[in-house]
Design a protein around this ligand. Structure first.
Ligand code: 4AD
Ligand code: MG
Length: 475
């Protein structure tokens, strides 16, 4: 039985076996109080180990970090804070730890724990984060399954740059010290494994569209790679993205689905992760109090989650967003670092102003200038904007990016030529517009940004097991 289950039992002196890692040990070799955790729950179980029953030499060896099994009787706890405890009859030591074990029972910084990522799961914080992450990913599949979507596994190795931003990691099996060359000295990729240049995918969308234009509603949920050199608390070089794609959806339905989807998964986490979120809520409070006044969140973590689930998101166009920013105090007082004018890409300072100061709730911004968005977005009749939508969240910024897709073959070809993509390289994508084209739309949710929002963790490196960022690929 896992500790989570044992903690729910009625204590009747029954025999139980508890297996887990020692968080703390108090007392002496003649009578020790050991707190064990097996990761099934945020709560530890206390084992009372008495030298009457267990060899004192054995008891002495147990330290924080050791892994043991305790066989004994489950009784009502005399101590406060827990309902049951185990009175040991015998123990088995699986693995000892010594005083060099890095996760001692004291507060460690997240930076320190990042360097001990192989062991940080054994802290309360990371246990909670990864359990919440699990429930969120389960809720993602549940939501789409219930809505009649099919889970499509799109490829990870690709020859196309879906977002057109050129931030791709190359895939090759060339000997880099002996590259086959063309006559003009350039690398001859015809001799590479796939016979052309290949990379890790930046998005499953293009293949997702092919699926949606037959299965009607699909979603992908897979690893995504971006070689952007941004060392921020919101960017990873390897992250997980969820990309639904729906035939017969236009921008409005796309926004409705995105809003319904995030509310659903957050609601599920609140429902199924009560203990972990209570812990993270407390943690969030402590962190918040330590921040300078002007950076503090007015709401607690749980309060924030409930607020998002219970309130409509604001919906405005890019043009309206620019007007709000132009009329804002920080703009007038020249507090923004980046310029505000129609046509610029919104920077995170602008997004944060809109979400955290102006609307004080999630905001969906639509109809961006076409020049700053990807080639596949549906061109609006004004010839200037595209049917794009970004969902912005408090404390996070952009959590979702999506759009209605260009379904007109001629318009798509023109746009592809404008941005410099060779038609031959996306012939298969274009053929879905040649044969039975249909209005369709979709979006991409950055899974780690969602986990950040729900857990209140400030740095994206702390919500993925082994973060990949520029210069970091340990573990
Ligand atoms: O806005 P993006 O680039 O959109 C796409 O990739 C589209 N193909 C999605 C679609 O329409 N199917 O990325 C989508 C989301 C962002 O809103 C953000 O949450 C997340 O992916 N994201 C990242 N998360 C972590 N690290 C990075 N480097 C990220 N880049 C994007
Ligand atoms: Mg985006």
């Amino acid at each position: 039985m896992q500790i989570k289950e044992i903690l729910r039992l009625k204590p009747e002196n029954q025999e139980v076996v508890v297996k887990g890692w020692v968080r703390t040990k108090r007392g002496q070799a003649t009578l020790a109080f050991v707190h064990l955790n097996d990761g099934s729950t945020i709560h530890n179980i206390q084992a009372v180990i008495d030298a009457d029953k267990v060899d004192a030499e054995q008891i002495k060896k147990i330290t924080s970090g050791a892994c043991i099994a305790v066989k004994g009787k489950l009784v009502e706890s005399s101590g406060s804070g827990q309902s049951v405890e185990v009175l040991a009859d015998s123990i088995e030591i699986y693995g000892l730890a010594d005083e060099t074990f890095p996760i001692q029972p004291k507060k460690h910084s997240l930076e320190f724990l990042r360097e001990k990522a192989h062991l940080r799961f054994r802290t309360s914080t990371f246990g909670a984060v990864f359990r919440v992450r699990h429930f969120l990913s389960h809720a993602v599949h549940q939501f789409f399954h219930e809505q009649g979507f099919f889970y499509l596994h799109t490829p990870i190795i690709t020859a196309s740059d879906a977002e057109g931003a050129g931030e791709m990691f190359r895939v090759t099996n060339f000997d880099l010290n002996a590259l086959p060359k063309n006559e003009d000295g350039s690398v001859n990729f015809k001799e590479d494994f796939f016979g052309k240049e290949t990379s890790l995918t930046v998005s499953g969308q293009l293949e997702g569209e092919l699926g949606a234009l037959a299965l009607s509603k699909i979603y992908t949920f897979g690893p995504t790679f971006r070689a952007e050199n941004s060392n921020t608390t919101r960017h990873l070089a390897e992250f997980w993205m969820i990309e639904p794609e729906m035939a017969f959806f236009e921008l409005k339905e796309n926004m409705d689905l995105a809003e319904q989807f995030v509310k659903y998964v957050i609601g599920e986490a609140v429902k199924h992760c009560a203990d972990d979120l209570a812990f993270l809520d407390q943690r969030f409070d402590n962190e918040n109090k330590a921040k300078p006044q002007n950076e503090r969140s007015e709401q607690g973590l749980l309060e924030k989650l409930k607020f998002v689930v219970d309130n409509d998101f604001a919906r405005i166009s890019y043009t309206e967003a620019i007007d709000i920013l132009l009329n804002s105090k920080p703009h007038k007082k020249k507090k923004f670092k980046f310029p505000v004018e129609w046509g610029v890409d919104l920077q995170s300072e602008h997004e944060r102003y809109l979400v955290e100061k102006h609307f004080q709730k999630p905001v969906i911004i639509t109809d961006y200038p076409k020049a700053i968005k990807a080639f596949y977005m549906k061109q609006n009749d004004d010839d200037k904007t595209v049917a794009a939508m970004d969902v912005l969240f408090p404390g996070i910024g952009e959590i979702i990016g999506g759009s209605q897709r260009e379904d007109n073959l001629e318009k798509l070809k023109t746009r592809i030529a404008e941005v410099g993509i060779a038609e031959e390289s996306v012939w298969w994508y274009l053929e879905t517009r040649k044969y039975g084209s249909a209005p369709h739309a979709g979006f991409g949710l950055g899974f780690e940004r969602l986990v950040q929002f729900v857990t209140g963790m400030g740095n994206i490196r702390d919500v993925i097991a082994f973060p990949r960022t520029p210069g970091n690929v340990e573990f």
